[in-house]
Design a protein around this ligand. Sequence first.
Ligand code: SF4
Length: 448
Amino acid sequence: MKPTNAPKTYRVKSFGCQMNVYDGERMAEMLSERGIVPAPDGEDADLVVLNTCHIREKAAEKVYSDIGRLTKGKTQAKAPMIAVAGCVAQAEGEEIMKRSPAVSMVVGPQAYHRLPEMLDRAVKGERATDTDMPAIAKFAALPERKRTNPASFLTVQEGCDKFCTYCVVPYTRGAEISRPYVDLVTEAKKLVHAGAKEITLLGQNVSAWSGEDEKGHMIGLAGLIRDLARVDGLARIRYTTSHPADMDDDLIAAHGEIDKLMPFLHLPVQAGSDRVLRAMNRSHTAESYLRLLDRFRAARPDLALSGDFIVGFPGETDAEFEETLALVDEVKYAQAFSFKYSPRPGTPAATMEGQVAKEVMDERLQRLQAALNRDQFAFNEASVGKTCEVLVERKGKHPGQWLGKTPWLQSAWFEGEAAIGDLVQAELIEAGPNSLAGRMLEPARSAA
Ligand code: SF4
């Protein structure tokens, strides 16, 4: 590869989960620190970071087609410098380097703090791959948080030890690790100083977070949330994603005690059949999951629930799929994510017998999504007439219109005098399937 001009503009394209969004923001911060600026909308960037997701169907093929689109019809001098990051980079980095000469850098999710060094090498014409997993070192090496959105993310935990049989995360993100308490409190304060009013604590298994507080006591996620709730200027706290096995009494109690902890819980169940859950290595049953939700609802009666579902796991019968629908009917989710099973190379489920035909999965997904959409709309309709705070996240399409989130993570819009980052008292007046219309009641307030 020939030496190339140092890039002046960049674009980071993040796919997949919120952890990737967080990683993408941190990579953008590092590039900005180097004096490289975001490419203006509609213009080509000199450097493109494809921050990939391995959960996407045919994830690797999509990376190759993105690379093809970026380089099509361009000479080497005109083509952007390309870095592939994220979980596909971790899982298939060597292969990407072999197959795609247009890629200068492959960097895994635990190694992206070394992106600037890799960039220096790429400018000299060297190609570099880094898929090490020194997760904590990564956070220490990242630049300080200087700008952010009103609703920000903070990664507190990475990796997963659960080994669900369909999932690549334990292989791409490594074992469960918790970031140190002090680092998290410091980063949260910096985010608030930079304008965050809401922080969502992120982790592949966020409820497995543990650490030593400033007095040297071991605490879990609930303890961390309690301490973050004392940060002046921070109005809202959320966390995602959790595994039912790690939800302890303290975290349940926290939902009843801490006003700043929003009344929302994303707790994936994946299926309603105990046989399928065992085959997935999920370590909970449908019944134990439902009883866990009862305890959360007892602590916080207005809790909105969200979940993840996979239909067509190998061997799933029609009757077992009906058990998923029955569970959905019982829980009445406020929102949910649902997918067709798709095999991930290297996972145990990929080679299980009884792979379900695509048409069967299509039909099951349609039925499941119809039920989930019905419940989401019903939840939104039941919110009409409530008065709540909406955190303004952006302008709407029309002048004077604002978009934000309710405490239950519903999108809501309203008209009036406000600004991004305001907390606005609004009455919810009309429900749609995916959002609500509100009426502003009081001038906006800053966070307490
Ligand atoms: S708990 Fe979540 S991240 Fe961990 S293996 Fe299961 S699905 Fe993957």
